[in-house]
Ligand binder design. Sequence first.
Ligand code: SF4
Length: 454
Amino acid sequence: MSTQKLLEKYSVAGPRYTSYPTAPYFHTGFSEADWAAALDAPSGGRDLSLYAHIPFCDSLCYYCGCNMVATRDYSKAAPYLAALNQEMARAAQWTDPARSVRQLHWGGGTPTYLHPDDIRRLMAMTRRHYNLTADAEISCEVDPRELTRAHLVALRESGFNRVSFGVQDMDPAVQQAVNRIQSEALIQQVLDWSRELGFASINLDLIVGLPKQTVASFNRTLEQVTAWAPDRLAVFGYAHVPWLKKHQNLIHQADLPNAVTRLGLQQAVNESLGAAGYVNIGLDHFARPDDELVRAQQNKTLWRNFQGYTTHKDCDILAFGASSISQTGDVYMQNEKNLKRYQERVAATGFAVERGVKLTRDDQIRRDAITRVMCDLELDFAAFGAQWRIDFSDYFSAALAQLQPLADDGLVEIAADRLSVTPTGRLFLRNIGMCFDAYLQAASASQPRYSRTA
Ligand code: SF4
Protein backbone atom coordinates (compact mmCIF):
# COMPACT_ATOMS: atom_id res chain seq x y z
CA MET A 1 0.00 0.00 0.00
CA SER A 2 1.35 3.45 -0.83
CA THR A 3 2.26 5.81 2.02
CA GLN A 4 -0.53 8.09 0.84
CA LYS A 5 -3.07 5.26 1.15
CA LEU A 6 -1.69 4.29 4.56
CA LEU A 7 -1.97 7.88 5.77
CA GLU A 8 -5.60 7.87 4.61
CA LYS A 9 -6.35 4.53 6.25
CA TYR A 10 -4.73 5.33 9.59
CA SER A 11 -5.89 8.93 9.96
CA VAL A 12 -8.03 8.42 13.06
CA ALA A 13 -8.46 10.40 16.26
CA GLY A 14 -5.76 9.41 18.74
CA PRO A 15 -3.57 10.69 21.57
CA ARG A 16 0.04 11.83 21.24
CA TYR A 17 1.07 9.92 24.39
CA THR A 18 3.02 12.65 26.09
CA SER A 19 1.47 10.95 29.12
CA TYR A 20 -0.24 7.66 29.87
CA PRO A 21 -2.95 7.69 31.09
CA THR A 22 -3.62 10.68 28.83
CA ALA A 23 -4.68 14.05 30.27
CA PRO A 24 -8.46 13.49 29.85
CA TYR A 25 -8.15 10.76 32.50
CA PHE A 26 -6.69 13.05 35.15
CA HIS A 27 -9.38 13.68 37.79
CA THR A 28 -10.24 16.33 40.35
CA GLY A 29 -10.22 13.83 43.22
CA PHE A 30 -6.42 14.28 43.24
CA SER A 31 -5.63 16.70 46.09
CA GLU A 32 -2.82 18.99 47.22
CA ALA A 33 -2.06 16.44 49.96
CA ASP A 34 -1.69 13.79 47.24
CA TRP A 35 0.73 16.07 45.38
CA ALA A 36 2.78 16.80 48.51
CA ALA A 37 2.96 13.04 49.18
CA ALA A 38 4.15 12.42 45.60
CA LEU A 39 6.91 15.03 46.01
CA ASP A 40 7.88 13.56 49.37
CA ALA A 41 8.02 9.96 48.12
CA PRO A 42 11.44 8.31 47.65
CA SER A 43 12.84 9.47 44.31
CA GLY A 44 14.30 6.13 43.27
CA GLY A 45 17.41 8.04 42.20
CA ARG A 46 15.56 10.09 39.60
CA ASP A 47 16.79 13.62 38.94
CA LEU A 48 14.59 16.57 38.09
CA SER A 49 13.39 18.32 34.98
CA LEU A 50 11.75 21.70 35.63
CA TYR A 51 9.13 23.42 33.49
CA ALA A 52 7.79 26.96 33.84
CA HIS A 53 4.71 28.08 31.94
CA ILE A 54 4.59 31.75 30.93
CA PRO A 55 1.04 32.24 29.69
CA PHE A 56 1.27 35.73 28.20
CA CYS A 57 1.39 36.63 24.50
CA ASP A 58 1.41 39.99 22.76
CA SER A 59 -1.23 38.92 20.28
CA LEU A 60 -3.41 35.95 19.43
CA CYS A 61 -2.51 33.42 16.73
CA TYR A 62 -5.85 32.08 15.55
CA TYR A 63 -4.65 28.46 15.49
CA CYS A 64 -3.38 28.57 19.08
CA GLY A 65 -4.09 25.50 21.19
CA CYS A 66 -2.06 26.62 24.22
CA ASN A 67 -3.17 27.92 27.58
CA MET A 68 -2.43 31.61 27.05
CA VAL A 69 -3.61 35.16 27.65
CA ALA A 70 -3.12 37.76 24.90
CA THR A 71 -2.41 41.04 26.64
CA ARG A 72 -0.38 44.20 26.16
CA ASP A 73 -0.73 44.95 29.87
CA TYR A 74 2.72 44.05 31.20
CA SER A 75 1.66 44.78 34.79
CA LYS A 76 0.24 41.23 34.85
CA ALA A 77 3.76 39.78 34.74
CA ALA A 78 4.95 40.76 38.24
CA PRO A 79 2.16 39.03 40.24
CA TYR A 80 2.54 35.96 38.03
CA LEU A 81 6.29 35.77 38.63
CA ALA A 82 5.64 36.15 42.36
CA ALA A 83 3.22 33.19 42.19
CA LEU A 84 5.77 31.11 40.28
CA ASN A 85 8.35 31.90 42.94
CA GLN A 86 5.98 30.88 45.71
CA GLU A 87 4.99 27.67 43.95
CA MET A 88 8.63 26.72 43.30
CA ALA A 89 9.47 27.41 46.97
CA ARG A 90 6.56 25.30 48.21
CA ALA A 91 7.41 22.34 45.99
CA ALA A 92 11.09 22.64 46.99
CA GLN A 93 10.09 22.26 50.65
CA TRP A 94 8.79 18.78 49.82
CA THR A 95 11.63 17.81 47.47
CA ASP A 96 14.91 16.19 48.49
CA PRO A 97 17.48 19.02 48.05
CA ALA A 98 20.08 16.48 46.91
CA ARG A 99 18.14 15.96 43.69
CA SER A 100 19.75 17.75 40.75
CA VAL A 101 18.01 19.52 37.90
CA ARG A 102 19.31 18.18 34.60
CA GLN A 103 16.80 19.85 32.34
CA LEU A 104 14.78 23.05 32.44
CA HIS A 105 12.27 24.34 29.91
CA TRP A 106 10.19 27.49 29.64
CA GLY A 107 7.09 27.29 27.49
CA GLY A 108 3.90 29.16 27.04
CA GLY A 109 2.33 31.36 25.91
CA THR A 110 5.46 33.27 25.10
CA PRO A 111 8.29 33.09 27.65
CA THR A 112 10.06 35.96 25.88
CA TYR A 113 7.00 38.11 26.57
CA LEU A 114 8.98 38.66 29.79
CA HIS A 115 11.28 41.67 29.70
CA PRO A 116 14.99 40.80 29.81
CA ASP A 117 15.27 41.80 33.49
CA ASP A 118 12.37 39.54 34.38
CA ILE A 119 13.96 36.66 32.46
CA ARG A 120 17.01 37.09 34.68
CA ARG A 121 14.82 37.44 37.78
CA LEU A 122 12.84 34.25 37.11
CA MET A 123 15.99 32.23 36.48
CA ALA A 124 17.60 33.60 39.65
CA MET A 125 14.49 32.56 41.63
CA THR A 126 14.66 29.09 40.12
CA ARG A 127 18.30 28.69 41.04
CA ARG A 128 17.54 29.78 44.62
CA HIS A 129 15.13 26.86 45.02
CA TYR A 130 16.75 24.18 42.87
CA ASN A 131 20.21 22.90 42.08
CA LEU A 132 20.83 23.05 38.31
CA THR A 133 23.77 20.95 37.15
CA ALA A 134 26.50 22.72 35.17
CA ASP A 135 25.62 20.73 32.05
CA ALA A 136 21.84 21.05 32.41
CA GLU A 137 19.89 21.32 29.17
CA ILE A 138 18.13 24.67 29.49
CA SER A 139 15.70 25.57 26.74
CA CYS A 140 13.17 28.25 25.93
CA GLU A 141 10.35 28.61 23.42
CA VAL A 142 10.76 31.89 21.58
CA ASP A 143 8.35 33.92 19.46
CA PRO A 144 10.49 35.73 16.86
CA ARG A 145 8.09 38.67 16.76
CA GLU A 146 8.72 41.34 19.41
CA LEU A 147 12.00 39.60 20.26
CA THR A 148 15.06 41.79 20.79
CA ARG A 149 18.69 40.81 20.98
CA ALA A 150 18.54 41.86 24.64
CA HIS A 151 16.03 39.04 25.32
CA LEU A 152 18.42 36.48 23.87
CA VAL A 153 21.35 37.97 25.79
CA ALA A 154 19.30 37.68 29.00
CA LEU A 155 18.54 34.03 28.19
CA ARG A 156 22.19 33.23 27.47
CA GLU A 157 23.42 35.02 30.58
CA SER A 158 20.82 33.09 32.61
CA GLY A 159 22.28 29.80 31.35
CA PHE A 160 19.91 28.92 28.50
CA ASN A 161 21.68 26.85 25.87
CA ARG A 162 18.77 25.93 23.59
CA VAL A 163 16.10 27.93 21.83
CA SER A 164 13.04 26.89 19.91
CA PHE A 165 11.44 29.34 17.48
CA GLY A 166 7.86 29.20 16.29
CA VAL A 167 8.10 29.57 12.50
CA GLN A 168 4.92 27.65 11.53
CA ASP A 169 4.61 28.75 7.87
CA MET A 170 6.41 31.42 5.84
CA ASP A 171 3.69 32.00 3.26
CA PRO A 172 2.20 35.52 3.56
CA ALA A 173 -1.37 34.34 2.83
CA VAL A 174 -1.16 31.67 5.53
CA GLN A 175 0.41 34.10 8.00
CA GLN A 176 -2.41 36.55 7.31
CA ALA A 177 -5.06 33.86 7.78
CA VAL A 178 -3.70 32.90 11.22
CA ASN A 179 -2.77 36.41 12.38
CA ARG A 180 0.92 35.67 12.74
CA ILE A 181 3.03 37.82 10.45
CA GLN A 182 6.78 37.19 10.50
CA SER A 183 9.04 37.87 7.56
CA GLU A 184 12.04 35.87 6.38
CA ALA A 185 14.27 38.79 7.34
CA LEU A 186 12.91 38.67 10.88
CA ILE A 187 13.55 34.94 11.29
CA GLN A 188 16.99 35.32 9.71
CA GLN A 189 17.79 38.07 12.22
CA VAL A 190 16.80 36.04 15.30
CA LEU A 191 18.71 33.01 14.01
CA ASP A 192 21.81 35.15 13.42
CA TRP A 193 21.59 36.54 16.94
CA SER A 194 21.12 33.05 18.43
CA ARG A 195 24.13 31.65 16.60
CA GLU A 196 26.27 34.66 17.43
CA LEU A 197 25.34 34.31 21.12
CA GLY A 198 26.32 30.64 21.13
CA PHE A 199 23.09 28.73 21.74
CA ALA A 200 24.10 25.10 21.33
CA SER A 201 20.89 23.97 19.67
CA ILE A 202 18.21 25.68 17.63
CA ASN A 203 14.82 24.10 16.99
CA LEU A 204 12.22 25.41 14.56
CA ASP A 205 8.52 24.56 14.87
CA LEU A 206 6.32 24.23 11.80
CA ILE A 207 2.60 23.49 11.51
CA VAL A 208 0.78 21.61 8.77
CA GLY A 209 -2.96 21.91 8.25
CA LEU A 210 -3.16 25.70 8.57
CA PRO A 211 -5.66 27.70 6.51
CA LYS A 212 -4.59 28.63 2.97
CA GLN A 213 -1.74 26.11 3.00
CA THR A 214 -1.07 24.30 -0.26
CA VAL A 215 1.55 21.68 -0.97
CA ALA A 216 3.32 24.12 -3.31
CA SER A 217 3.34 26.95 -0.77
CA PHE A 218 4.49 24.68 2.03
CA ASN A 219 7.27 23.28 -0.12
CA ARG A 220 8.58 26.85 -0.39
CA THR A 221 8.44 27.11 3.44
CA LEU A 222 10.31 23.81 3.75
CA GLU A 223 12.94 24.99 1.27
CA GLN A 224 13.49 28.16 3.27
CA VAL A 225 13.51 26.37 6.59
CA THR A 226 16.02 23.71 5.55
CA ALA A 227 18.26 26.49 4.19
CA TRP A 228 18.28 27.93 7.72
CA ALA A 229 19.68 24.53 8.82
CA PRO A 230 18.24 24.24 12.34
CA ASP A 231 19.49 21.39 14.54
CA ARG A 232 15.99 20.09 15.09
CA LEU A 233 12.54 20.54 13.61
CA ALA A 234 9.14 19.79 15.02
CA VAL A 235 6.28 19.68 12.53
CA PHE A 236 2.93 19.63 14.28
CA GLY A 237 -0.45 18.94 12.74
CA TYR A 238 -2.94 21.73 13.37
CA ALA A 239 -5.84 20.49 15.47
CA HIS A 240 -9.00 22.44 14.60
CA VAL A 241 -11.05 22.13 17.78
CA PRO A 242 -13.18 25.32 17.91
CA TRP A 243 -15.54 23.63 20.38
CA LEU A 244 -12.61 23.63 22.83
CA LYS A 245 -10.72 26.74 21.63
CA LYS A 246 -13.33 29.35 20.72
CA HIS A 247 -10.86 31.70 19.00
CA GLN A 248 -10.21 29.04 16.34
CA ASN A 249 -13.61 30.12 14.96
CA LEU A 250 -11.62 33.09 13.58
CA ILE A 251 -10.20 30.61 11.07
CA HIS A 252 -12.51 30.18 8.10
CA GLN A 253 -13.36 26.50 7.83
CA ALA A 254 -13.37 26.80 4.03
CA ASP A 255 -9.70 27.92 4.09
CA LEU A 256 -8.52 24.73 5.82
CA PRO A 257 -6.72 22.24 3.59
CA ASN A 258 -8.87 19.21 2.79
CA ALA A 259 -7.83 15.68 3.72
CA VAL A 260 -6.00 15.10 0.43
CA THR A 261 -4.00 18.34 0.72
CA ARG A 262 -3.24 17.57 4.35
CA LEU A 263 -1.81 14.21 3.42
CA GLY A 264 0.16 15.89 0.63
CA LEU A 265 1.57 18.34 3.17
CA GLN A 266 2.63 15.46 5.40
CA GLN A 267 4.29 13.75 2.44
CA ALA A 268 6.07 16.98 1.50
CA VAL A 269 7.46 17.27 5.04
CA ASN A 270 8.78 13.72 5.07
CA GLU A 271 10.32 14.00 1.61
CA SER A 272 11.80 17.46 2.01
CA LEU A 273 13.28 16.93 5.48
CA GLY A 274 14.50 13.47 4.53
CA ALA A 275 16.22 14.90 1.44
CA ALA A 276 17.82 17.60 3.60
CA GLY A 277 19.34 14.88 5.80
CA TYR A 278 17.07 15.05 8.84
CA VAL A 279 16.17 11.87 10.71
CA ASN A 280 12.56 11.34 11.74
CA ILE A 281 12.89 10.51 15.45
CA GLY A 282 9.21 9.64 15.56
CA LEU A 283 5.90 11.45 15.41
CA ASP A 284 6.57 15.05 14.40
CA HIS A 285 10.21 15.34 15.43
CA PHE A 286 13.22 15.54 13.14
CA ALA A 287 16.89 16.04 13.96
CA ARG A 288 20.26 16.05 12.26
CA PRO A 289 21.93 12.60 12.20
CA ASP A 290 24.60 13.73 14.69
CA ASP A 291 22.05 15.22 17.12
CA GLU A 292 22.02 13.70 20.59
CA LEU A 293 18.34 12.75 20.16
CA VAL A 294 19.29 10.53 17.22
CA ARG A 295 22.21 9.07 19.18
CA ALA A 296 19.92 8.48 22.18
CA GLN A 297 17.45 6.67 19.96
CA GLN A 298 20.23 4.44 18.67
CA ASN A 299 21.42 3.78 22.25
CA LYS A 300 17.87 3.24 23.50
CA THR A 301 18.14 6.04 26.03
CA LEU A 302 15.60 8.29 24.35
CA TRP A 303 12.60 9.28 26.44
CA ARG A 304 9.33 11.04 25.86
CA ASN A 305 7.47 13.46 28.10
CA PHE A 306 5.29 16.58 27.91
CA GLN A 307 8.06 18.49 26.18
CA GLY A 308 8.33 15.87 23.45
CA TYR A 309 11.40 13.69 22.97
CA THR A 310 14.28 14.10 25.42
CA THR A 311 17.58 12.46 26.27
CA HIS A 312 16.80 12.82 29.98
CA LYS A 313 15.23 9.52 30.81
CA ASP A 314 13.91 8.97 34.30
CA CYS A 315 13.62 12.56 35.46
CA ASP A 316 10.61 13.66 37.45
CA ILE A 317 9.06 16.79 35.95
CA LEU A 318 8.20 19.57 38.34
CA ALA A 319 6.08 22.00 36.37
CA PHE A 320 5.15 25.45 37.59
CA GLY A 321 2.58 27.94 36.41
CA ALA A 322 -1.02 27.90 35.24
CA SER A 323 -2.08 24.67 33.48
CA SER A 324 1.37 23.07 33.74
CA ILE A 325 1.64 19.30 34.17
CA SER A 326 4.06 17.61 36.57
CA GLN A 327 5.11 13.99 36.49
CA THR A 328 6.70 11.77 39.13
CA GLY A 329 7.27 8.00 39.01
CA ASP A 330 3.61 7.17 39.56
CA VAL A 331 1.73 10.49 39.50
CA TYR A 332 0.67 13.14 36.98
CA MET A 333 -0.61 16.46 38.32
CA GLN A 334 -2.03 19.41 36.40
CA ASN A 335 -2.27 22.91 37.83
CA GLU A 336 -5.28 25.20 37.73
CA LYS A 337 -5.56 26.63 34.20
CA ASN A 338 -7.24 29.95 34.92
CA LEU A 339 -4.60 32.62 35.54
CA LYS A 340 -6.45 34.46 38.30
CA ARG A 341 -7.47 31.32 40.16
CA TYR A 342 -3.93 29.91 39.78
CA GLN A 343 -2.50 32.98 41.49
CA GLU A 344 -5.16 32.96 44.22
CA ARG A 345 -4.58 29.31 45.02
CA VAL A 346 -0.80 29.65 45.12
CA ALA A 347 -1.18 32.69 47.40
CA ALA A 348 -3.35 30.59 49.73
CA THR A 349 -1.38 27.32 49.94
CA GLY A 350 1.66 27.48 47.65
CA PHE A 351 0.10 24.85 45.36
CA ALA A 352 -2.57 25.10 42.65
CA VAL A 353 -3.50 21.46 42.02
CA GLU A 354 -6.49 21.17 39.71
CA ARG A 355 -6.43 17.47 38.90
CA GLY A 356 -4.15 14.51 38.66
CA VAL A 357 -3.90 10.76 38.61
CA LYS A 358 -1.99 8.11 40.51
CA LEU A 359 -0.86 5.38 38.17
CA THR A 360 -1.75 1.75 38.77
CA ARG A 361 0.86 -0.92 38.05
CA ASP A 362 -0.96 -1.69 34.79
CA ASP A 363 -0.75 2.02 33.84
CA GLN A 364 2.99 1.98 34.50
CA ILE A 365 3.54 -1.18 32.46
CA ARG A 366 1.52 0.15 29.51
CA ARG A 367 3.17 3.57 29.72
CA ASP A 368 6.55 1.88 29.53
CA ALA A 369 5.49 -0.22 26.53
CA ILE A 370 4.13 2.83 24.67
CA THR A 371 7.22 4.88 25.52
CA ARG A 372 9.60 2.13 24.39
CA VAL A 373 7.78 1.75 21.08
CA MET A 374 7.74 5.51 20.48
CA CYS A 375 11.38 6.04 21.49
CA ASP A 376 13.29 2.81 20.72
CA LEU A 377 11.01 1.83 17.80
CA GLU A 378 11.15 -1.72 19.10
CA LEU A 379 10.20 -3.84 22.08
CA ASP A 380 12.19 -6.86 23.27
CA PHE A 381 9.53 -9.09 24.85
CA ALA A 382 11.89 -11.00 27.15
CA ALA A 383 13.72 -7.93 28.47
CA PHE A 384 10.47 -6.03 28.97
CA GLY A 385 8.83 -9.03 30.63
CA ALA A 386 11.80 -9.52 32.97
CA GLN A 387 11.75 -5.86 33.97
CA TRP A 388 8.06 -5.94 34.88
CA ARG A 389 7.90 -9.62 35.93
CA ILE A 390 5.27 -10.46 33.33
CA ASP A 391 4.97 -12.81 30.38
CA PHE A 392 4.86 -10.19 27.65
CA SER A 393 2.94 -12.19 25.04
CA ASP A 394 0.39 -13.22 27.62
CA TYR A 395 -0.01 -9.79 29.24
CA PHE A 396 -0.30 -8.01 25.91
CA SER A 397 -2.13 -10.71 23.94
CA ALA A 398 -4.97 -8.28 23.09
CA ALA A 399 -2.48 -5.59 22.00
CA LEU A 400 -0.58 -8.05 19.82
CA ALA A 401 -3.82 -9.15 18.17
CA GLN A 402 -4.68 -5.50 17.49
CA LEU A 403 -1.22 -4.92 16.05
CA GLN A 404 -1.59 -7.74 13.53
CA PRO A 405 -3.43 -5.65 10.88
CA LEU A 406 -0.71 -2.98 11.26
CA ALA A 407 1.87 -5.73 10.72
CA ASP A 408 -0.06 -6.85 7.63
CA ASP A 409 0.20 -3.26 6.33
CA GLY A 410 3.95 -3.17 6.95
CA LEU A 411 3.95 -0.69 9.85
CA VAL A 412 5.38 -3.12 12.41
CA GLU A 413 7.11 -6.48 12.32
CA ILE A 414 6.09 -8.96 15.00
CA ALA A 415 8.54 -11.80 15.65
CA ALA A 416 8.40 -14.40 18.43
CA ASP A 417 10.71 -12.34 20.63
CA ARG A 418 10.21 -8.70 19.58
CA LEU A 419 8.15 -6.04 17.91
CA SER A 420 9.88 -3.58 15.57
CA VAL A 421 8.54 -0.43 13.97
CA THR A 422 9.34 -0.32 10.25
CA PRO A 423 10.61 2.89 8.58
CA THR A 424 7.06 3.48 7.24
CA GLY A 425 5.65 2.73 10.69
CA ARG A 426 7.48 5.76 12.11
CA LEU A 427 4.71 7.87 10.61
CA PHE A 428 2.12 5.88 12.55
CA LEU A 429 3.50 5.71 16.08
CA ARG A 430 0.29 7.05 17.57
CA ASN A 431 -1.69 4.25 15.93
CA ILE A 432 0.83 1.69 17.21
CA GLY A 433 0.73 3.17 20.74
CA MET A 434 -3.08 3.05 20.71
CA CYS A 435 -2.97 -0.76 20.60
CA PHE A 436 -1.42 -0.76 24.09
CA ASP A 437 -3.88 1.79 25.52
CA ALA A 438 -6.33 0.08 27.88
CA TYR A 439 -8.39 3.27 28.36
CA LEU A 440 -8.89 3.71 24.65
CA GLN A 441 -9.99 0.13 24.27
CA ALA A 442 -12.57 0.62 27.00
CA ALA A 443 -13.71 4.04 25.79
CA SER A 444 -17.15 4.54 24.33
CA ALA A 445 -18.03 7.05 21.61
CA SER A 446 -18.82 9.63 24.30
CA GLN A 447 -15.30 9.65 25.69
CA PRO A 448 -12.51 12.21 25.10
CA ARG A 449 -11.87 13.40 21.59
CA TYR A 450 -8.33 13.58 20.23
CA SER A 451 -6.96 15.21 17.11
CA ARG A 452 -6.35 13.01 14.10
CA THR A 453 -3.16 10.96 13.91
CA ALA A 454 -2.27 12.14 10.40
S1 SF4 B 1 2.51 32.94 20.36
FE1 SF4 B 1 2.14 30.74 20.71
S2 SF4 B 1 1.00 30.66 22.64
FE2 SF4 B 1 0.89 32.76 21.89
S3 SF4 B 1 -1.03 32.88 20.74
FE3 SF4 B 1 0.60 32.40 19.28
S4 SF4 B 1 0.62 30.15 19.20
FE4 SF4 B 1 -0.52 30.72 21.03
